[in-house]
Design a binder for this molecule. Structure first.
Ligand SMILES: Cc1ncc(COP(=O)(O)O)c(C=O)c1O
Length: 389
């Protein structure tokens, strides 16, 4: 009965009505184990008691104010995000796409303020994904997303991991910014080598290029560090965040380094809903759980357990050609049948998805238990055996 919903997504038939932790239940009461978390969003799982209590309380106080007025939570969340990122200041958005958009606009203004108004183009990576608005789509690589909407902004795509090509392109095209995901999510959970991230940082500093790390999917603690770039010891000029940062409420953000925060002046950019009281209340619950609540340490433990289990499966099933990712963003590259495997897992009550055509993507909630990781691995073993048969 969804004929009035425009078909931009191929949706599953089941109607989901509730959840608890890493479990979801459909209308018929069937239980599913959630290894996708609404595509890297529901870090606290479903029905998290502290989140429920905080949101109930906030709904009864004030849901929306606009950015014309202060409330106690925007500043608290901004302070925590800046601190966790090791950066300076925050502009809130409502999604990852809008965070990309804000970062691209900031890059252009930053160049203009430095006397380089001609530096308007962007460099991005092959396999990168940054959103679907016209600006964000301009730096998103996949032709199938881009082609129907040309012309887009000027962007040059370079092969991820190729240092000499990156250096030449930055010097020749003199872009406003370089944008990259430290772990490419939609591109197939491809982790960029730390030395490449460090080279990109050095080249951007040297060529006066703003460095944007898109941490929408891989950031906010999913790898076991707050930013995935932290594993390489690299700080960008701008980090974009979204997906889990308000535990399921729509929120995105750019977090910018010292020296970039003054780029946006009053009137330069804005958003009616962004950083509102309800989303910020959710974000505070998430950030507290992550830090004081020990969830970041749990991601490291559960991630290691998952990686170990997947390595065992790879030894048993040669159809798994590569294991990718870290923490609770992991992927299995398959020589065949990724789509069939995902469907078989779904029939067995395990929710996952396929990205880049041949990678089964696992993005469980951070609250997933050790027993649930084992259960997911056992279901995977059954489905892989069926695929191999
Ligand atoms: C790395 C990355 N950037 C940006 C986006 C866009 O975020 P949103 O769908 O919240 O607009 C996504 C979404 O999948 C993403 O994975």
């Amino acid at each position: 009965m969804d004929e009035h919903v425009i078909r931009t997504y191929a949706r599953a038939e089941e109607v989901f009505v509730s959840g608890r932790g890493a479990e979801l239940f459909d209308r018929d009461g069937r239980r599913y184990l959630d290894f996708l978390a609404g595509i890297a969003v529901s870090a606290l799982g479903h029905g998290h008691p502290e989140l429920v209590a905080a949101l109930r309380d906030q709904v009864g106080k004030v849901v929306h104010l606009s950015n014309l007025y202060r409330h106690p939570y925007t500043e608290a969340v901004a302070e925590r995000l800046a601190d966790l990122c090791g950066l300076e200041a925050v502009f809130f958005t409502n999604s990852g796409t809008e965070a990309t958009e804000a970062a691209l606009k900031l890059a252009r203004k930053w160049q203009r303020m430095r006397g380089n108004p001609e530096r308007t183009s962007f460099v991005a990576l092959e396999g990168g994904f940054h959103g679907r608005s016209l600006g964000a789509l301009s730096v998103t690589h996949a032709a199938k997303y881009r082609e129907p909407f040309q012309p887009l902004l000027a962007a040059t795509f370079v092969a991820a991991g190729d240092g000499p090509v990156l250096e030449r392109t930055l010097r020749e095209t003199r872009p406003a910014a370089l944008i990259l995901e430290p772990i490419q999510g939609e591109g197939g959970i491809r982790t960029l080598p730390p030395e490449y991230l460090r080279l990109a940082r050095a080249l951007c500093s040297e060529t006066g290029t703003l460095l944007i790390h898109d941490e929408v999917q891989c950031g906010s603690g999913r790898t076991g560090r707050f930013l995935a770039g932290d594993h390489a010891g690299v700080k960008p000029d701008v980090a974009t965040l979204a997906k889990p940062i308000a535990a399921g409420l729509p929120m995105g953000a750019i977090v910018v380094a010292k020296g970039c925060a003054e780029t946006f002046q009053p009137g330069d950019h804005g958003s009616t809903f962004a950083g509102g009281p309800l989303a910020c209340r959710g974000a505070l619950v998430f950030l507290q759980a992550l830090t004081e609540g020990g969830l970041l340490a749990a991601v490291v433990e559960r991630g290691a357990q998952l990686a170990q289990g997947l390595a065992q499966l790879q030894r048993e099933f040669p159809v798994i050609t590569e294991l990718r990712g870290r923490g609770l963003i992991q992927g299995l590259r398959l020589s065949r049948g990724a789509g069939d495997l995902q469907k078989s897992l779904y029939r067995r009550g395990l929710i996952t998805n396929v990205t880049a055509g041949d990678v089964l993507r696992l993005l469980p909630p951070y609250v997933i238990t050790a027993a649930q990781i084992e259960e997911g691995l056992a279901i995977l073993r059954q489905a892989l055996a069926e695929l191999a048969a």
